[in-house]
Design a binder for this molecule. Structure first.
Ligand SMILES: C[S@@+](CC[C@H](N)C(=O)[O-])C[C@H]1O[C@@H](n2cnc3c(N)ncnc32)[C@H](O)[C@@H]1O
Length: 708
């Protein structure tokens, strides 16, 4: 089979220059002539991936790699309308997809992923490209695109959904995503952080630092995660191998002084050779070579080791790759456990995510030299001809002598033939004790609470395994202090970091004062957690951040973290006269602000009112709305108000389950809904689905009649 496509081909770790640049500039037509690669097959056949039944299952594995990858997506689970969206898929799309055909074949509709919580993860066998091109699936594709743009749906590979679920995230935790771009797993982490009701209110849910070494990709991550509207996200751009300490204030009398914090959860979704994505990235059939995995091993170990230092005792780390290669997987995990002298231990997660079909980690593996020879020990790796190129690889690419004691079977391997997915590797680890005496001194830890598990003795290096050939674990805090922030950027659209300062606004600021008064905000909503990116702008926007982020950003030395972005748009100034407050509430912050709003600026809408607002291109005269809304809004001051729609008022046959709120601008004699086109489209489809008719709405329900 021949697959032909255009592709910007970069190194799979997201670093480096695009390869295959021909005369056509950065784009070049690449042809994959055959979905096979002799070295790939020889290497993985020798790894005995499937144990006793290796031959049969290896054939199934190889044939499944030939099949193009299904499409998967998940509904943003923490949103109030997640259930509506699920109902919308079941009601409006499944029956229609069941009747659709692609190339004369009936399409299999999407099915919930059995192990994904809440029925919010979905997979369908139609490949992404067919979904895009097929006329009969156009409606569903448009739905996916619209809902993805507004953040209600994330299109993400099924297997990539596993690591954040196993990270076991809860509100209030401090979390680092070491290699986060483009951000699909960060998004899941944020959803979990905002999932349950927490006593700390909707804003202070904890902290997620999403980091990526590549600034261009970090900017992509900002774009991706913006849709999730979390005030707890701090996007940074550092080399994760030397990720800086995050200083937290420890002296109440001096908020600018801080000490290194330790984190509850750390995700290391490291750069990898990516051969688990071969069903989607067909170029890997052409390009696969053993040097890729060998070359990434040291970086992967260093990122995991740095994460171990930043993790608090009792904290959980998830290490993952989309590679089948044990050198990037079990070998890294084994070196992490051994180099921390057993302070990091694998957790048995076999009872988690029931329904996920998985295979255990490999107890041992074979190492192949670049010349294609398998070798059993480091000395053989370093022959005369290979010494120069192999010298940079540490001895930890080989199975350690104590491999059998490390519980590597607790690692999770996902193969494509198990449940028609990509390939993936996940290891869940816990830090059971400090890594060093210095580590013990960190402010949040209480080592007395942790009973260390006895661990197997770390093997002495053999004659050929010189200590210099190990990846050194660096637990010294003082050493980790990367270069100061740069003003240069790899991304053409990314602004130089120093041009966009983050300036905190005092809670006594006159603008904040006018907002609080106008919207009658209750005391529980934080008043001193706003920052601006530019003081001068007439279009001043107040960005809301969590108290953790404010604390971290108040410490000068934390500038070395290289913050790319933080905060969500909360209040935006409109340059309008004759209003007691010319700030509006941004729709992305409304779910956070709404519980604290007084009644002064709330207006109740009927479905007919919402329809008029959504269908209009701009302002609509107040007298065009239902009498109740016209009367209520005519008596209000000019400025932003919040429209609410109640499920109790929903017409028969509607699936609306939760109240909805929208920012509206009350003009001199008109109303205008403050949503962008995409948000309007999404809302329109959700509220006025195909089963809804204008006639049904013409008779307002009894509850709606009472509206004032
Ligand atoms: C597998 S991808 C991460 C995917 C991401 N977790 C997600 O789910 O969307 C690996 C990322 O690591 C980044 N990276 C590579 N080397 C790095 C390093 N030394 N430190 C931090 N990030 C690095 C790459 O830019 C790339 O975005």
């Amino acid at each position: 089979m021949t697959a032909r496509f255009n592709k910007w081909k970069k190194n799979r770790n997201g670093k480096g220059k695009p390869r295959d640049q021909g005369t056509e500039g950065n784009y070049k037509s690449i042809t994959v002539t055959e979905k096979s690669n002799a070295m790939f097959e020889r290497y993985y056949r020798a790894q005995n991936l499937f144990g006793a039944d290796n031959d049969t299952e290896f054939s199934a594995f190889l044939s499944q790699l030939q099949v193009i990858l299904p499409t998967a997506f998940r509904i943003t689970g923490n949103r109030s309308h997640a259930l509506e969206l699920r109902a919308q898929i079941e009601r409006d799309f499944i029956p229609y997809i069941q009747a659709a055909e692609v190339d004369g074949v009936l399409v299999e509709p999407p099915k919930p992923i059995p192990w994904y919580p809440g029925g919010f993860g979905w997979q369908m066998t139609v490949p992404r490209i067919a979904l895009k091109k097929s006329e009969s699936l156009k409606k569903f594709h448009t739905f996916l695109v619209t809902e993805t743009e507004v953040g209600n749906i994330s299109r993400q590979e099924t297997v990539s959904m596993i690591p954040p679920l196993l990270l076991d995230v809860h509100p209030g935790q401090r979390i680092i995503d070491m290699c986060a771009a483009p951000g699909s797993k960060t998004a899941q982490i944020l959803e979990a952080l905002h999932a349950e009701d927490a006593s700390d209110g909707p804003v202070d849910r904890g902290l997620v630092i999403a980091n990526d070494a590549n600034l261009k990709r970090a900017c992509m991550l900002v774009h991706q995660t913006k849709r999730l509207h979390s005030p707890c996200l701090l996007v940074t751009h550092q080399d994760a191998e030397q990720m800086s300490n995050v200083l937290y204030p420890t002296k109440p009398e001096d908020p600018t002084y801080g000490e290194p914090a330790r984190f509850d959860r750390i995700l290391c979704d490291v750069p990898c050779s990516g051969d688990g994505t071969i069903r989607k990235n067909l170029l890997i059939w052409n390009d696969w070579k053993i040097a890729d995995g060998l070359g990434l091993h040291t970086v992967q170990v260093k990122i995991a080791q740095r994460a171990a230092v930043l993790l608090q005792v009792g904290g959980r780390m998830v290490y993952s790759t989309c590679s089948f290669n044990p050198i990037e997987n079990e070998a890294v995990v084994a070196e992490l456990i051994n180099s921390t002298e057993g302070a990091m231990q694998l957790v048995d997660v076999s009872d988690q995510l029931p329904g996920l079909i998985r295979r255990p980690g490999l107890p041992t593996w074979k190492v192949m030299r670049k010349d294609g020879e398998f070798v059993d020990q480091y000395a053989d790796f370093m022959t005369e001809t290979t010494a120069r190129s192999h010298n940079k690889y540490p001895c930890s690419v080989f199975p350690p002598a104590n491999a059998a004691d490390l519980h590597l079977e607790r690692c999770i391997r996902i193969y494509p033939q198990l449940q028609n997915t990509g390939g993936f590797f996940v290891a869940v680890l816990e830090k059971i004790r400090p890594l060093s005496k210095r580590d013990r001194k960190t402010p949040q830890e209480n080592p007395a609470d942790v009973t260390p598990e006895p661990v197997a003795a770390i093997p002495e290096p053999t004659e050929t395994e010189q200590p210099s050939k190990r990846v050194k674990l660096d637990t010294d805090e003082a050493e980790v202090d990367p270069a100061p922030p740069t003003t240069t950027s790899e991304h053409p659209d990314a602004k130089p970091l120093k041009d966009d300062p983050f300036i905190f606004v005092s809670g006594d600021d006159p603008d904040v004062e006018s907002i609080w008064k106008f919207f009658e905000l209750a005391p529980g909503f934080p008043r001193d957690q706003f920052l601006v990116r530019s003081e001068a702008s007439k279009q001043r926007t107040l960005y809301l951040v969590s108290s953790d982020i404010k604390a971290v950003m108040g410490i000068k030395r934390n500038e070395r973290m290289r913050v790319v972005n933080t905060g969500i748009k909360c209040f935006g100034r409109n340059d309008i006269e004759n209003t007691p407050c010319n700030y509006r509430i941004h729709s992305e912050a409304l779910p956070l602000v709404y519980p604290f709003l007084g009644d002064a600026r709330k207006v109740k809408l009927l479905h007919s009112d919402l329809r008029i607002l959504l269908e209009a291109a701009g302002h609509v005269s107040i007298d065009k709305f239902s009498p109740a809304l016209s009367e209520r809004s005519a008596g209000m001051d000019l400025g932003c108000c919040i429209g609410t729609l109640d499920p109790a008022d929903a017409p028969v046959g509607h699936t609306m389950v939760a109240p909805m709120q929208f920012p509206i601008w009350r003009g001199v004699s008109s109303l205008n809904i403050l949503l962008n086109k995409k948000d309007k489209d999404s809302l329109q489809a959700r509220v006025f689905g195909p089963n809804f008719t204008v006639e049904a709405e013409a008779e307002p329900t009894a509850a709606a009649e009472k509206t004032v």
